[in-house]
Write a protein that binds this ligand. Structure first.
Ligand code: SAM
Ligand code: SF4
Length: 494
């Protein structure tokens, strides 16, 4: 489904931003947005921070210092829920010392009815609560609270609308996430995302292109296209498309549908965008056309995150993943044929209900066959309201933990072997900042999304015509890898 863009609503919210800016003027108020969870939430937080900045708030150095503290929550696994309640206990102490401090909660956890009931009953000092579908309404809700309202709760069950053109504040000036679609239709039996993020809505391709063009003109060189399953992107070009050149080149008439590979081809041409990544890709919808993009497109990074979840066909079926391990391996082979040095990462769940030792060993076997560059492994966590919650054959906790550790050992062993291949390589690195552990060392990412810590010699600085290594932040530079370790690469700028 293509989402309906509501420009009038964006204009209405901008009015509330102005009203709050009038209220806060000269008060030196500060904000902090704390994000739990995935890159979608990271991007939503940038939007909340963007509104707060236009309202006149400046960033706070700590939670305690903030005049408004926003927690953008996650509920994919239950430990994320527990973390939030722990933090809210501490917030009560902040508020007892600072009466005017405001606490706002948003994100996936807020879409769960029992969470809202608990917050209303036991956490009356939380000021504003909103969900995933109405994040754009944050300025209006905050204004209502500032105008003397009590706890404001606004949760929508679903929406077809997409509200564009509200402010966003990028965490990095040189790279950004761009939502291309919202929601998920897949209903994997373990997963709560379709219930808290709603059905799939694809953004108008022209809005996506415009957003990326604007980002490029602000100096952004890397974009990460975001969606729960970007492969099922189905955008429709709006009537006032205004993208005449795209129409000519791609036959894109207003009203025409655009697939994800087509969208990638359009983005690849945007001047100033050097790197394009995307996440997440569902194996069931990974088309040959998308695989071709890795061979054809100049700016598409040689990297794909392709969650497999399990190696056992029986488990994949009960997970409702709509592919089997043979199909998954076929995709891996095609990807490597199109782009031999593509870096492949994945998500794996250990201890899904009914997982036997044999099923688990099928996962280990698949991991050994694919030889992932990296893998995010999760212990299955029961999510209320999902079909897997009702499955009777839950795996005992100690078995889950033991399998998790065994799988991690295999993944690390492979990563260690693969890391050695980067020794002495010359890799282009986007310099992102200073290393957290050593202020004399820069840190950045390769095309394949590996982290590299790097030093810059005086000779190299002279060649670049710079006085300090920090001046390289935001640039893509060649780096010679001098030490390749399992989780990190170390190099010298050349
Ligand atoms: N849409 C993405 C996909 O299908 O690949 C994933 C989105 S989800 C936020 C990220 C990962 O969390 C999933 O790939 C899965 O491995 C993990 N996950 C989701 N639900 C889980 C659960 N109930 N327990 C453990 N891990 C879970
Ligand atoms: Fe969850 Fe599956 Fe949708 Fe990913 S594709 S968000 S795992 S339901």
């Amino acid at each position: 489904m293509d989402g309906k863009n509501n420009a009038a609503e964006a204009a209405r919210q901008r009015e509330y931003i102005k009203k709050i800016a009038d209220l806060t003027e000269g008060r030196g108020l500060k904000y902090l947005v704390v994000t739990f969870g995935c890159q979608m939430n990271e991007r939503d937080s940038e939007k909340i921070a963007g509104s707060l900045a236009e309202m006149g708030y400046t960033p706070a150095a700590s939670e305690e210092e903030a005049d408004i503290l926003v927690y953008n929550t996650c509920t994919v696994r239950d430990n994320a829920d527990k973390r939030l309640y722990g933090r809210l206990g501490v917030c009560k102490q902040y508020k007892s010392r600072k009466k005017d401090m405001l606490i706002a909660l948003c994100g996936c956890m807020m879409q769960e009815e029992e969470v809202i009931e608990k917050l209303q009953k036991s956490y009356p000092y939380v000021d504003v609560i909103f969900g995933t579908h109405n994040i754009f309404r944050f300025p209006e809700l905050l204004y209502m609270r500032l105008e003397g309202g009590s706890q404001i709760v606004d949760i929508w069950k679903e929406t077809e609308e997409i509200v564009e053109d509200l402010p966003a504040l990028r965490k990095y000036p040189f790279k950004t996430g761009v939502n291309i679609m919202y929601g998920c239709n897949n209903f994997c039996t373990y997963c709560i995302v379709p219930y808290v993020r709603g059905r799939e809505r694809s953004r108008d391709p022209k809005e996506i292109i415009r957003e990326i063009e604007r980002a490029a003109s602000d100096g952004v060189s890397e974009v990460m296209l975001l969606g729960q399953n970007v492969n099922s992107y189905a955008g429709v070009a709006g009537e006032d498309s205004g993208l005449q050149d795209l129409r000519t080149e791609f036959g894109l008439e207003p009203g025409a549908g655009v697939t994800f590979p087509q969208l990638l081809r359009m983005i690849d041409r945007i001047e100033g965008i050097e790197r394009v990544r995307f996440m997440t890709s569902h194996p069931k919808d990974l088309s040959d056309d998308l695989i071709r993009c890795f061979a054809e497109l100049k700016h598409l990074c040689r990297q794909i995150h392709l969650p497999v979840q399990a190696g056992s066909d029986r488990v994949l079926k009960t997970m409702n993943r709509h592919y089997d391990s043979a199909h998954y391996m076929e995709l891996i082979d095609k990807l490597r044929a199109a782009c031999p040095d593509i870096a492949i990462s994945t998500d794996i769940i250990v201890g899904f209900p009914g997982e036997t030792e044999d099923d688990f060993m099928s996962t280990v076997e698949l991991v050994r066959k694919v030889r992932y560059d990296s893998a995010f492994t999760f212990i299955y966590s029961v999510r209320k309201g999902t079909p897997a919650e009702k499955m009777t054959d839950q795996v005992p906790e100690e078995v889950k933990h033991q399998r998790f550790d065994r799988l991690l050992d295999v993944i690390h062993e492979i990563q260690e072997e693969k890391a050695a291949a980067d020794q002495d390589a010359l890799l282009p690195v986007l310099v992102e900042g200073f290393s957290k552990t050593d202020p004399d060392v820069l840190t950045g990412r390769t095309d394949s999304n590996k982290t590299v810590d790097l030093t810059v010699s005086q000779k190299t600085m002279d060649a670049y015509g710079i006085d300090r290594p920090g001046e390289l932040i935001g640039r893509i530079i060649p780096v010679k890898i001098v030490k390749a370790q399992t989780f990190s690469l170390y190099g010298e700028a050349v």
